[in-house]
Design a binder for this molecule. Structure first.
Ligand code: N01
Length: 870
């Protein structure tokens, strides 16, 4: 690509010159790319350029709220206090811009109005407000999540004749409130920072509050030079903790439930956190505050009691008591916020009970009163996260606009929050569905910038022209974001995270809530797998060379998958008794994981039926794909150790298999133990497949192409049915799909030793399952219970065997695959290294679960296509 500024052609265009845009420029320029940054403001700084309101300061400790990529920058800068004020942060940004000589590649006072992907040239055509067109191979948004300010649409907005300000667009010159009557609307982080400062200056300040907020003292103080020196010396270690953390600061939630401490001990813990100050200090006192209502109530009540103690007028105190779940809006830290209401020149107005009706020339009118001001301050926040994207007209392939694609936010879909399908070569720094606003932004920004730069380098090294998220990958990612958020209390509160602060904005949690550490591992894993989930194109004939494989030794591939780890951590935090301590009826009720399975996909038809079985009728659920049959069929047996599980457990994978393998799936609700011991389940499983073959035409199935499959105990039943069919001379089975199957009543394998505990399915639970299933030890030796003990497995149908690295059943599944292979059976065996038991029915939470379902569907399709139709 030409490096010619006159022709306005660049390798990359970056929109925004805040922290993210500046680092992106530096990083790409260092790698030799031509880059142009466009910035609407007159100078660098982004959010810190615009938000100059009185009291504006950082809520992340200064020592963590800076770039970490350059030791030189770090050593040449010294922060004055724990929470730096806006002017100091802006000075820091200017220092970086000067030091790295960034301004020469930034065009200020220029707003980008549109960006369109040119399918012919595979470039982005980017338009400025002045009507200039720029061409770039890569279009990178560095917009900031909180840059589109929210101005409420009160009646008579233009009537007010006094001074009018928005905290997010504050004038550059000092605003002097001395001797003035001031009104302020909004009590979020901005309002809470501004109110105590304005109150000191103004003759009178009236605060219009819609929602009372939780806020805790920041405990700001000047930094001690010795402390700063120590931080500099240990920065490498501190950084490692930051990037592996939940929120990008080097501290972690305490590994204890709030409900496990006595009220006295809890009070002590909360008091200590209160005195310490800090954004996440109260959140981190216990590990279930963000997830368990009762745990959250304890800290919420504590903060309410502090507010009540601080505010002298009980009526005012009562108005200031928040009722939402603590931490489900961005936590706020303040300096003398609640104390401000003890001042004589401050009045609080509750606009929930007395809403603002309109602005007047002299002030505003609520339903019940009228107020006059010299100045009115809107601290009403932002159209967060998606708002800045919708201010531009961004169009991808086929002219689709981003706004249309995301249905104005109602159908937000990204892959990793970095890319979105249909928009090749577009990257979003701290985009929707990434941790962004839930974290120390600097950590998230650096991670994204480095990931994007690496990705661009990968494209260059491999002569690739475009990269684009695959639709399936972004559907899976978006679902995971939703599901993880749903596991928390965050979605139970109206907040700007949910889009609830903007009238008419669709509701939905817009960020990834799994933490920056987990998120980074997922992104690194995607990159290490040659950008899995992305598709690439090349224009040249040169065969893409494979990038030097990133060494995965000791990283995610040989470790527990980060998403699986997150899931395990959440389950541990949620507590609950071990399954083997329950009676089967309780275990069946407690084992509902359907919320984590994902959103059930539409299929052509779903029908619940009862079919005859050896012990009475067997309920089955028949999923039929769209289109004309007859279809091949998969008879599916759910897992659950023959004791728990039902048709609902596997609703999501069954639907996905129906669509992806284009086959009818018959899910079988076989009899469960201990009410019905061995061989009841196996007999039901066999008779179900016989029924499917006998009644094929009535359910739109081709009787010659019937496969069996299942997971865990269901995988056992599928393998057993294949054995039975061989022994009994029918029915003919085309394929066996065995997902981490139980194949042997024996606990001596290495995987039982390695994974006995801590990975969801435990050895004790397996013993409990087997003990309920078998009538006696002898049953365990029966190949219809332990197919690995079958004498002869030759002539069995070809098989897919999927196992998980962290599953106690791993080795017995793999041993069965080996046994089949040795007997001449065609076998595709895949171990998902980082996976735990159960991942096949959790595609909503685990990308690898979704991938395994894809693999199974492809294997089924292939198997069906190799069999002659009946
Ligand atoms: O905005 P907000 P913010 N009528 O949306 C009220 C970051 N930040 O600018 O809660 C009446 O939180 C609204 O009421 P309600 C930080 O991430 C960081 O304060 O929607 N009132 C609320 O009280 C923060 O979370 C720092 O019922 C209306 C207020 O206005 C984010 O920016 C400093 C209204 C808006 O609060 C946003 O904070 C500042 C209406 N029509 C900000 N519309 C640091 O410390 C809105 N409100 C680094």
């Amino acid at each position: 690509m030409t490096r010619n500024h006159e022709a306005q052609v660049f390798d990359a265009v970056v929109v925004g010159a805040g922290f993210s845009g500046l680092y992106m420029l530096h990083r790409l320029r260092e790698l030799g790319y031509s880059v142009r940054v466009y910035e609407a403001g007159e100078d660098v700084g982004g959010t810190w350029y615009w938000n100059r309101y009185p009291g504006a300061r950082c809520d992340i400790e200064s020592i963590y709220y800076n770039y970490t990529f350059s030791e030189e920058l770090r050593n040449e800068w010294t922060w004055s206090s724990r929470y730096a004020e806006q002017p100091e942060i802006l000075r820091y940004i200017n220092f970086v811009a000067d030091k790295l000589d960034l301004r020469r590649d930034i065009q200020f006072k220029t707003r980008i109005t549109s960006a369109t992907f040119n399918e012919k040239n595979k470039n982005w055509d980017i338009q400025t407000g002045e009507g200039n067109t720029i061409t770039a191979k890569y279009f990178i948004t560095a917009l900031g999540c909180l840059s589109a300010s929210n101005m409420p649409n009160f009646k008579g907005m233009d009537r007010f004749k006094g001074e009018l300000y928005h905290t997010g667009k504050w004038p550059h010159e000092k605003v002097d409130f001395t001797g003035k009557k001031v009104g302020i609307i909004g009590t979020g982080s901005s309002g809470i920072q501004a109110i105590p400062v304005i109150a000191q200056e103004a003759e009178h300040l009236t605060v219009f509050q819609r929602t009372p907020q939780f806020s805790a003292p920041a405990e700001n103080h000047s930094y001690d030079p010795e402390f700063l020196q120590k931080v500099k010396e240990n920065y490498h270690e501190i950084k490692q903790q930051m990037i592996a953390s939940m929120h990008g600061v080097p501290s972690f939630p305490r590994d204890k439930s709030a409900l496990k401490d006595s009220p006295e001990e809890r009070q002590r813990v909360f008091e200590e956190a209160w005195d310490k100050g800090g954004l996440f200090t109260l959140m981190y006192t216990y590990n279930d505050i963000g997830f368990v209502k009762e745990a959250n109530d304890t800290v919420a009540e504590f903060v309410r009691s502090k507010i009540a103690q601080t505010v002298e007028n009980p009526e005012v105190a009562e108005m200031l008591l928040p009722t939402y779940y603590y931490g489900t809006k961005r936590p706020i830290i303040d300096t003398n916020y609640f104390q401000t209401y003890n001042r004589k020149n401050v009045t609080l107005v509750d606009i929930k009970s007395d809403p603002i009706d309109e602005l007047t020339s002299k002030g505003l009118r609520t339903k019940e009163s009228e107020y006059e001001f010299d100045a009115l301050v809107f601290a009403t926040g932002f159209d967060a996260i998606t708002g800045p994207f919708f201010k531009m007209d961004i169009r991808g392939k086929d002219g689709i606009s981003l706004k249309e694609k995301w249905a104005e936010g109602a159908d937000l879909k990204t892959y990793l929050g970095i890319a979105t399908a249909g928009f090749p070569n577009m990257f979003m720094i701290t985009g929707p569905q990434s941790p962004s606003v839930l974290s120390n932004m600097l950590v998230s920004i650096e991670q994204h910038v480095e990931w994007i730069a690496d990705c661009i380098e990968y494209l260059r090294e491999n002569n690739l022209e475009t990269i684009e998220a695959i639709p399936e990958a972004e559907v899976a990612w978006s679902q995971q974001c939703k599901i993880i958020a749903e596991m928390s209390l965050a979605t139970k509160t109206d907040s700007w995270y949910m889009g609830a602060n903007i009238e008419g904005k669709p509701r939905g949690f817009m960020a990834f809530l799994g933490g920056v550490g987990l998120y980074r591992q997922i992104c690194d894993d995607v990159a290490a797998k040659e950008y899995e989930g992305f598709s690439v194109t090349t224009s040249s004939k040169i065969v893409p060379k494979k990038r030097n494989k990133i060494n995965l030794e000791g990283t995610v591939m040989t470790k527990l998958d980060p998403q699986a780890k997150y899931l395990l951590d959440q389950m541990a935090a949620a507590g609950g008794p071990a399954m083997e301590t329950l009676i089967p009826e309780e275990a069946r009720l407690s084992a509902d994981f359907s919320a984590m399975a994902g959103i059930p996909e539409e299929v052509g038809k779903v029908e619940d039926r009862r079919i005859p079985g050896p012990g009475g009728e067997i309920p089955v659920r028949i999923y039929t794909p769209e289109g004309e049959g007859p279809f091949p069929a998969l008879v599916y047996y759910h897992g659950g150790g023959w004791v728990i599980g039902n048709l609902d457990t596997v609703e999501v994978p069954c639907r996905l298999l129906t669509n992806r393998a284009n086959c009818v799936v018959i899910s079988v609700d076989y009899r469960l133990a201990p009410e019905h011991k061995f061989p009841a389940a196996a007999e039901d499983a066999y008779s179900a497949v016989q029924w499917v073959v006998d009644n094929a035409s009535s359910i739109g199935v081709d009787s010659a192409r019937v496969a069996v499959g299942g997971d865990s105990a269901g995988g056992n039943l599928a393998a057993v049915v294949a054995l039975m069919a061989k022994d009994k001379g029918g029915p003919s089975i085309s394929y066996q799909m065995l997902i981490y199957p139980v194949t042997n009543h024996n606990y001596d394998t290495q995987s039982y030793k390695d994974n006995a505990e801590g990975y969801f399915l435990t050895k004790s639970t397996m013993e409990w399952f087997w003990n309920h299933y078998l009538r006696n030890e002898e049953d365990g030796k029966n190949p219809y219970a332990s197919p690995l003990l079958a004498e002869d497995v030759s002539g069995l149908p070809p098989a897919l065997v999927i196992t998980g690295g962290f599953d106690p059943l791993r080795d017995e599944g793999e041993a069965y695959a080996e046994k089949l292979k040795a007997a001449g059976v065609a076998v595709e065996a895949t171990r998902y290294d980082g996976m735990i038991h159960g991942f096949f029915w959790l595609p909503g939470m685990l990308l690898q679960g979704d991938k395994a379902i894809h693999q199974a569907a492809n294997a089924l399709r292939e198997a069906f296509s190799s069999v002659e139709t009946a």
